[in-house]
Design a protein around this ligand. Structure first.
Ligand SMILES: [Zn+2]
Length: 242
């Protein structure tokens, strides 16, 4: 059912989605259309009237915004989000609405910097935990786990320091698992011998398929990122290896 409401002289298109089984109503914008999910028409009217300031604020933000570049998707906290960029405000901020991650930023650089920071924080939160569990599994402690911007997904040095690419959190969980297993296995075997792959297989039984998947992922990404417009030196422009 579609109707409209008037707030501060603006006629806002409204879509009512009726879900009789839900307890709490919620509101969201889909483009410049307000979507209200509620169990009844009466509840819908109620939530709309009690959220008029919220609706006005978001509507203005959306109307004054310009779409910066096409939607893309990233993994964040191992969930997949569609990323939309909106030019607005003076400081970059992110809003998660369902499976959409909306970045509001004054320009593209600020938006990319924010995504970079979110991705890095996420990697620093997720990866050491996986590495700790895996190194325990093979009884080989590491010296340190670090994250940094790198051309490679991971590197394990002979002193036991493992450095991971800070973008790992953008990958599906299974690929993160493979990358960490690979580097941790180097704590036992500092080479890519048959013995090394045996250690990898105990940490990550499905490694053969995942290794191929990661290679495909890198190749697709290279095609996307190395198009005519993009620089090889951009944040996501390099192709990590292992
Ligand atoms: Zn390796």
């Amino acid at each position: 059912m579609e109707e409209s409401i008037e707030i501060n002289g603006n006629r806002i298109r409204l879509e009512f989605v009726k879900k009789p089984w839900i307890r709490n109503s919620y509101l969201k914008f889909n483009g410049d259309r307000l979507v209200v999910v509620s169990r009844s028409e009466r509840m819908m009217q109620k939530v709309v009237s009690s959220h008029r300031p919220w609706i006005a604020r978001h509507y203005n933000q959306i109307r004054s915004s310009i779409r910066m570049f096409d939607s893309n998707s990233i993994f964040y906290g191992s969930l997949k989000y569609n990323v939309g960029y909106v030019q607005a405000g003076t400081r970059a901020k992110a809003d998660m609405i369902g499976s959409n991650l909306i970045i509001y930023a004054p320009d593209r650089t600020a938006a990319e910097r924010l995504i970079d920071r979110m991705v890095r924080d996420d990697t620093e939160r997720l990866v050491p935990e996986i590495a700790a569990a895996k190194s325990k599994q093979i009884g080989r402690p590491y010296r340190a786990v670090k994250t940094r911007k790198s051309r490679r997904w991971g590197v394990c040095r002979s002193d036991g320091t493992i450095t991971f690419n800070y973008c790992i959190s953008m990958l599906p969980k299974r690929l993160q698992d493979y990358i960490v297993s690979h580097e941790v296995a180097h704590l036992r075997e500092m080479n890519h011998s048959a013995g090394f792959w045996e250690v990898v297989s105990t940490l990550c039984p499905d490694y053969k398929r995942l290794r191929r998947e990661l290679r495909d992922y890198d190749n697709t990404r290279r095609r996307v990122l190395d198009g005519p417009e993009s620089s090889r030196h951009g944040a996501m422009g390099s192709i990590p290896g292992l």
